[in-house]
Structures are given as structure tokens and as C-alpha cells.
Design a protein around this ligand. Structure first.
Ligand SMILES: *[C@@H]1O[C@H](CO)[C@@H](O)[C@H](O)[C@H]1NC(C)=O
Length: 459
């Protein structure tokens, strides 16, 4: 029961919001002229049987029982051609059980029917030609009127509610104004229907325009292809300045693809077991890689990472008198420079102490301890009384010491004797000693004649 009444309320509210016209089978429907419009007044008289549990409840629209009138009205736009529809629905106090009331059922049926009619009418009314019998003139001669919707269906090339405007191709693709059938494209658009995007500066004839974006020919770049492109786009290691790469620190080459090498690799100092090398710093280097190996023995190569904050390295643990190949390269972003190469030889072992073992009138024997490291041979020199230096090659003995006897010397003469170890082309530090030959003793002494007080000797 309550359900019924609320459903009725819904229908009433609907009526209140619609534009209503037409012929209704309702009681008491006088036509009341109002202003310039026409007011239709429909009054529904509903007799509801009185019952204790039948009440008409209206939440939003106050409804009073017992003969009072509730008007639900809807008014269209005010004006000359407006038509105002008004519905008055009067509800009588129910007198019986609502559910079984035939008249109540009938009312609901009619109201539902009314709703449908009103919906249809509303769709017509909103077209603005409600019942007016629209003519072709309304479509400006460029379209036909569709009766059911009261709207124009324009001919090809025309548009507007009344088909009075020339239409533009593709509605100018939303990228232009339509002026008398011709698109006036907005900035940056072209084509009859403004669908084409223009490219900046038409790509300067150095590229193709594809959908507003320049596809530059090789060697050109930039939004409008006006810039010369750099070789290899500077390999990501530099800035392109109209065709010329400005390389980042440490990179070089026309396309910045190369890392600068550590120039001027040089030997600062060497000892029997170490080599100190230095090179020109490479700006931007992340680190240096130093490798070294004895000449002809690449298998025993050693690698050292030298941090970039230093540009020298002391290689230690080397063998005396050995030539090493030292390479240094700079590394940036995983790219290595060409190595700088240097050959350097450790000092040959020093001969510790040469000493004279024995001498005769014309010879001197010297000896010295063998150095622990390898030597090719020893070079022994002595200076003759005439000031001439003489040189002798002495093989290293297998024992702890090597000795040598210098012969054919003058008696009673002092000699400066020097010895040094030789390895390859290098000589170790010399050790020297002074030797003195014995005084010349006469030989073949013969007594020639002897008298009482003389003797003649010869030798
Ligand atoms: C060292 O550098 C030279 C010259 O740059 C190169 O020929 C050689 O292969 C390099 N050696 C090593 C072990 O990298």
C-alpha cells in the first residue's frame, strides 16, 4: 500500500518536470488562456475508499487530504510562442483498501500511459517545432526536415541547424576555422582539411616533413634540420657544435670516440729491482691501467690499476738488469686509450768488492763475489801506464766468486782495476781496486869473472 503511494509520487514528480501537451482523457479539463500562452489544466479526480491503513503520503510534495487540491505544474519558457501545460491532480481521501480498489488501479494505469505520451511529446517539443508542421524553408533549401525529430538533415556540403552554412572538409580536423566552406588552418597546420602538420621552417630543405616532425637528411640535425650533424653524433662523449664535436675531458678524435692517451711516458728512476715511471695526466681519466712484462716474455705480464689522482707509479719486485715493456693507458666510461709504451731496464747488479789476490812482476790476480742475479759477463778494465784503458770480458764463474789474472804488465807499476757486471746493453755499478806489480828481479844471473875484489855479473 505504501509502495503504491510512493510510486504515485514518482509519477507526479515526473509530470512536474515535463512539458506536456495533447489530449487527455481526464475529467474537468478546461482550457485556460494565460498571457500569450495556453494553459491546459488537467484535473484528475480520484476516489479512494477510506480505510484505516490507507494513507497518501507525500514526502516532497505536500498533499492534503479531503478535498484539497495539489497542483503539479510545469512551465516552459516564457514568451510569445510558449505553451504552458499544467496538470492538476486531485486526490480524494481514500475510502477503502487501496490494494483492491479498482479505481486506484485504473489511475495507475492511466498515469503510466500519460507518462509515455508525455515522454514522446517532450522529444518533439524540444525540437522547437512542436506540432508546427516544419517546412523545407527551415532547412534553407540545403536539407530535408525529418518529421519525427523535427530536425534538418543537411545536404552534402552544408551544415548548421538550418543547413545554412557551407561545411568544410573533415570539419577542418579541429585544426582550423571553417569560413564559407574553406578551412582557414591554425598556425602549424596545412591541407584542405588542416589535417597536415607543418614542420618548422619546412625543414630548410634538409629533411622530410613527416607529421610535423622533420626527418633530417644525413649530416643534418635540429628541429628544422638547420644544423650540421656531427660525425657519429660525437659518440655520446661530446657536444655537437654545428658539425664539430666539442669533446668532453679526456676524449679526442673528430667523433670523440677515443680516449686521450697518457702522453710522454718516461722513466724517472731505476734501481736493480724497481722502475719509477711517470706520464702526462689525462683529464677526465677514471683510472690508468699499467702493464709490464720482461721483454720477450708476455706471459708473465702484470697489470696494475693506478687511480686517476696520480700520474706516476713505482714498479717494484723486478729483476736486475732486465728490460721491461711498460704500457700505460687511460680508461673512461669503459673505453681505453691507445697505450703509451716504454722500454726500461732495471739496474744491473753491482759488483760488491773487487780485491787483489796476488801479484807478480807482470801480473795481478783479482777476484770479486758473484752477484745473486744473472749477468751476461763481467767487464774488467785497467789503465796502462800510458793512460790507455784496456778492456777484458770475463765469464761469470759458477762458484761464489769470479777471479781473473791480468798479465803482461810492467813490474813495479800501479794499476787501477775496475770490474762491472754486464746484462744486455747495460752495465752495473763498477767496483775498483789498485794493484801493484812486483819489482823486477834479475834473471839468468851469471858470474863472468871473479877477482880478489871484483866479480862481473851479467843477466
Ligand atoms: C703495449 O703498447 C704497444 C704500443 O702501443 C703495443 O703494441 C703492445 O701490444 C702493448 N702491449 C700490451 C701488453 O698491452
Amino acid at each position: 500500500m505504501f509502495f503504491r503511494t510512493t510510486q504515485k509520487v514518482r509519477v507526479l514528480l515526473l509530470l512536474g518536470s515535463l512539458c506536456i501537451c495533447g489530449d487527455f482523457t481526464a475529467a474537468d479539463d478546461p482550457v485556460i488562456p494565460a498571457n500569450n500562452g495556453v494553459t491546459f489544466s488537467h484535473v484528475y479526480k480520484i476516489d479512494l475508499p477510506k480505510a484505516s491503513d490507507c494513507k497518501v503520503e507525500m514526502d516532497t510534495i505536500p498533499v492534503q487530504d479531503q478535498g484539497t487540491e495539489q497542483a503539479v505544474s510545469s512551465q516552459g519558457m516564457e514568451g510569445d510562442n510558449n505553451i504552458v501545460f499544467r496538470h492538476n491532480i486531485r486526490l480524494q481521501t481514500p475510502k477503502c483498501d487501496c490494494e483492491s480498489s479498482e479505481s486506484f488501479q485504473a489511475l495507475l494505469y492511466r498515469i503510466n500511459g500519460l507518462e509515455e505520451e508525455v515522454t514522446y511529446l517532450k522529444s518533439q517539443c524540444t525540437q522547437g517545432c512542436c506540432g508546427g508542421g516544419g517546412s523545407d524553408i527551415k532547412c534553407s533549401g540545403h536539407g530535408s526536415l525529418k518529421q519525427d525529430t523535427c530536425s534538418c538533415v543537411c545536404d552534402e556540403g552544408w551544415e548548421g541547424e538550418d543547413c545554412s552554412r557551407r561545411s568544410c572538409p573533415n570539419e577542418c580536423s579541429d585544426n582550423g576555422r571553417c569560413v564559407d566552406g574553406q578551412c582557414v588552418c591554425y598556425q602549424g597546420y596545412a591541407g584542405a582539411d588542416c589535417s597536415e602538420l607543418l614542420c618548422p621552417n619546412d625543414c630548410n630543405d634538409k629533411g622530410r616533413c613527416v607529421d610535423g616532425v622533420c626527418q633530417c637528411f644525413r649530416n643534418f640535425m635540429g628541429e628544422d634540420c638547420s644544423l650540421w650533424r656531427c660525425p657519429n653524433d660525437c659518440s655520446g662523449n661530446g657536444e655537437c657544435d654545428d658539425g664539430t664535436c666539442i669533446c668532453e675531458d679526456g676524449f679526442t678524435g673528430i667523433d670523440c670516440s677515443k680516449v686521450m692517451g697518457p702522453n710522454n711516458l718516461r722513466l724517472l728512476r731505476s734501481s736493480e729491482e724497481s722502475l719509477l715511471v711517470e706520464w702526462d695526466e689525462v683529464p677526465g681519466a677514471e683510472y690508468y691501467l699499467l702493464t709490464y712484462h720482461p721483454e720477450g716474455d708476455e706471459g708473465s705480464i702484470r697489470e696494475i690499476r693506478v687511480p686517476s689522482d696520480t700520474n706516476s707509479y713505482l714498479i717494484t719486485g723486478l729483476t736486475p738488469g732486465v728490460k721491461y715493456i711498460i704500457n700505460v693507458s687511460a680508461w673512461i666510461k669503459g673505453i681505453t686509450s691507445e697505450p703509451e709504451s716504454l722500454e726500461a731496464t732495471t739496474e744491473v747488479s753491482t759488483v760488491q768488492k773487487i780485491r787483489v789476490v796476488s801479484q807478480t812482476e807482470d801480473s795481478i790476480q783479482v777476484e770479486w763475489p758473484n752477484p745473486s742475479s744473472e749477468v751476461d759477463y763481467f767487464r774488467l778494465t785497467f789503465v796502462t801506464p800510458e793512460g790507455q784503458e784496456q778492456e777484458v770480458r770475463v765469464q761469470k764463474s759458477s762458484g761464489a766468486k769470479t777471479s781473473y789474472t791480468i798479465t803482461d804488465l810492467f813490474p813495479g807499476t800501479k794499476y787501477l782495476i775496475k770490474v762491472q757486471a754486464i746484462k744486455g746493453n747495460t752495465a752495473g755499478k763498477p767496483s775498483s781496486v789498485n794493484g801493484l806489480t812486483d819489482i823486477d828481479a834479475p834473471t839468468n844471473l851469471v858470474t863472468k869473472s871473479v877477482t880478489e875484489d871484483t866479480a862481473t855479473l851479467s843477466w
